[in-house]
Design a binder for this molecule. Structure first.
Ligand code: ZN
Ligand code: ZN
Length: 373
């Protein structure tokens, strides 16, 4: 007999969003894992979906269960599952590969060539804002109970991990003095632009690797985001006090820029702060149609004459999720209370409309709670 569960369901392309009954999924394959969902984080992607923006239902369906930043508890496993047992905490990754490109063939759907992938909770596959989910062990990442309180940050942390990993791999591959990837960030001057959850989580990963982190945002010093950055040992610069054309004067020679603002004009202006041989990694998705003014030829000239690299980064592989868990654990050991401050707003799932429509100024991460930790 079928059991029913609650889920937050969206008709993509509309603002029709409600709690609906769905059939509770079961373990069918030997590598299936069933998780009881505990918490699901909300981000800009969810808010864009809920506002009628970018989202797509599973094939043949008209609605989509939203949510992609989850933390769950194992309630049942198939016979061949070895990495977790009942009661363990774990998360599922987000992307499912296209099955017909070389990246997806080696479980790197984050680098899919065709665009025919699915993203759980976003595009062509139901997500995690529900009571139970089942998926293959291949997409499962165990979370130790020591970071139960921040395990829901694993997915956004994985985004930061991939972007940093890409930047480091590029530099180690081309700089004659780079040394090994593991040590490259030590004492490097890194600019993190945008101190939302992704920027602040990047600061955690960067500080753990010994980088000097300079954080840029447009909020008052002493408020929560600059305060967390400073607890991590970073330095804050208020972007409102800085002429964008004179950014470079406010920082030492920057060797890596981690961009997480999604503001196109600023994304270009930031290039002025990048030093010789520097790498610039963009994770923010620039929204809106505001025209951007750039001096194209001097920009291209600077890239060439200063050996600079610009790279975009999206999504994350299983490896980056595992790194995210390891860094959340190390970060919690190093700066426990600072990491606990990342989750600023918690609401029961029934208050999804409030969580998706309001973006409080002191918010870093809002989560919906489905079950007690
Ligand atoms: Zn997200
Ligand atoms: Zn693919």
């Amino acid at each position: 007999m079928e059991s029913w569960m609650k889920a937050i369901v969206l008709v993509p392309g509309t603002t029709t969003l409600q709690v609906a009954d769905r059939v509770e999924p079961s373990v069918v394959e030997s590598d299936d894992v069933k998780l009881q969902v505990l918490q699901v984080g909300i981000c800009g992607t969810d808010r864009e979906e809920a506002a009628g923006g970018r989202a797509a239902p599973p094939p043949g369906k008209s609605d989509l269960v939203i949510g992609h930043e989850m933390l769950g508890r194992v309630v049942e496993t198939g016979a061949s599952v070895a990495s977790v047992r009942r009661g363990d905490l774990a998360v599922f990754t987000v992307r499912r590969g296209c099955d017909h490109c070389p990246a997806c063939a080696i479980n790197r759907s984050d680098m899919c060539y065709t665009g025919d992938y699915a993203d759980r909770g976003i595009r062509h596959r139901d997500g995690y804002q529900t009571e139970f989910v089942v998926d293959s062990e291949a997409y499962l990442v165990p979370v130790p109970s020591s970071i139960a309180s921040i395990g829901v940050l694993t997915e956004p942390m994985s985004i930061a991990e991939k972007a940093i990993d890409e930047a480091v791999q590029i530099q180690v591959g081309r700089l004659p003095d780079a040394g090994d990837a593991g040590g490259w960030l030590r004492d490097k001057n890194v600019l993190v632009a945008g101190l939302g959850p992704i920027g602040l989580l990047a600061a955690v990963a960067l500080r753990l690797r010994g980088a000097n982190v300079h954080g840029l945002d447009v909020v008052d010093a002493g408020t929560i985001r600059p305060s967390i950055l400073e607890q991590l040992g970073g330095t804050y610069v208020d972007g409102r006090q800085v002429n964008p054309h004179a950014l470079a004067e406010h920082f030492p020679e920057i060797e890596l820029i981690f961009e997480a603002t999604g503001v196109a004009q600023l994304e270009f202006d930031l290039l002025a702060a990048l030093g010789a041989n520097g790498v610039y990694v963009l994770t923010g998705i620039a929204g809106g149609d505001r025209p951007v003014t750039i001096d194209g030829s001097s920009l291209m000239k600077a890239l060439v004459l200063r050996n600079q690299v610009t790279v975009g980064s999206v999504n994350a592989s299983h490896k980056h999720f595992a790194l995210a868990v390891a860094d959340l654990e190390a970060g919690k050991r190093a700066w426990g209370s600072a990491l606990d401050q990342f989750i600023t707003h918690r609401l029961p799932y029934t208050e999804f409309a409030e969580a998706l429509s309001h973006h409080p100024p002191d918010e870093i991460k809002t989560i919906l709670e489905w079950s007690a930790l």
